[in-house]
Design a protein around this ligand. Structure first.
Ligand SMILES: C[S@@+](CC[C@H](N)C(=O)[O-])C[C@H]1O[C@@H](n2cnc3c(N)ncnc32)[C@H](O)[C@@H]1O
Length: 319
């Protein structure tokens, strides 16, 4: 399935949108008033997918640091889509390097009933059979031929919601979770809500540099890249390089595009402090948002979690 999308041009707003996009007429970095804009977007909790680095619980907090007004919203590291679904933008381009993941989102948009069917059929298979065996068969089917239908169920039923890719062959290796996956009725309710919230989003299967190159002056890009220490295992994304992303952010800033970068902050456990090669002057300010416990840590500790593994997420703003 490809990205057959309803909105061919993200710079063509839907008719009911209030502000018109005005490329080149917006001055470079107009004054951003009253940061943060707390309270403007309500928290939105129900996750569609479980995903490493899922920002569902505090997406509204991240959004509160967005500029008061901007053109098109870009989210080039979409993952589970927590931020875009909380934001409900009227013009947006959301993308990710994972094709089966983007096929989930295009199906959410174009055929939500099919997405519900994919989940429900596998859920019933699992409930009527031996849980672990059914899960392993679904995982094997995905590894044989990566596809959205199996991925959506694996994300909801795998251990800790952490999809790990084996280095040797790129296959998903996560075992079955101890929990019972949410009922198809609950999943269907979420699909309905997410379908509504993302109706103006242009979903595309492209890498971040291609997506960011499309942003025009006055647009906003929110980047939530793979964790520095875990990207190849958790996303199968061997090619991610932070220094290249920082170059793309610099290009965006130079042409008047606002950029917000989420980056894993200080690990308070004392394991290591993330010391990132961020060029001087690229960002105008940074803020910390509280993200609770580290999912990665939790996985490595076989489900145990400790209070002192709290993670603070850093938001770097180019404005
Ligand atoms: C930390 S996750 C994003 C989590 C997301 N904010 C959420 O709330 O679920 C990072 C995402 O970047 C994607 N990714 C990795 N390399 C990429 C690339 N080169 N271009 C675009 N996306 C990439 C991964 O597939 C993964 O979904």
């Amino acid at each position: 399935m490809g990205s057959a999308l309803p909105t061919a041009n993200v710079h063509s707003p839907p008719e009911d949108h209030e502000t018109k996009h005005q490329p080149m007429q917006i001055p470079m970095f107009p004054e951003v008033e009253n940061l943060p804009n707390h309270g403007e977007v309500e928290p939105f909790r129900p996750q569609l997918l479980k995903w490493v680095g899922n920002k569902q619980r505090f997406a509204h907090e991240i959004i509160s640091y967005f500029p008061k007004s901007y053109g098109v919203y870009f989210e080039p590291f979409l993952g589970s889509g927590a931020v875009v679904a909380t934001l409900q933008p009227s013009r947006a381009l959301a993308s990710d390097i994972s094709l089966p993941l983007m096929d989930i989102f295009t199906t959410l948009q174009t055929n939500p009933a099919l997405l519900c069917h994919w989940y429900s059929e596998r859920w019933h298979r699992m409930m009527n059979g031996e849980k672990k065996e059914v899960y392993l068969r679904i995982r094997a089917a995905f590894n044989e031929s990566p596809n959205a239908a199996d991925l959506v169920f694996i994300s909801r039923s795998c251990y800790g919601g952490v999809i790990r890719y084996r280095r040797s062959d790129g296959h998903i290796s996560t075992p079955v979770g101890a929990h019972k996956p949410i009922a198809p009725e609950t999943f269907a309710e979420r699909v309905q809500e997410w379908h509504k919230r993302t109706r103006f989003v242009d979903f595309r299967h492209i890498g971040y540099s291609k997506a960011m190159a499309m942003a025009q002056p006055g647009d906003l890009v929110y980047c939530d890249p793979p964790y520095q220490h875990s990207e190849s295992v958790l996303y199968g994304a061997q090619s991610f390089r932070l220094d290249h992303l920082l170059e793309c952010i610099k290009d965006c800033k130079e042409r008047g595009v606002y950029v917000v970068l989420s980056i894993d902050g200080t690990k308070r456990s004392g394991d290591y402090i993330c010391d990132l090669p961020i060029p001087d002057g690229l960002f105008e300010r940074e803020v910390y948002v509280n993200v609770g416990r580290s999912m990665l840590k939790r996985f490595q500790m076989q489900g145990k979690s400790l209070e002192d593994h709290a993670v603070t997420d850093r938001l770097m703003l180019t404005y």
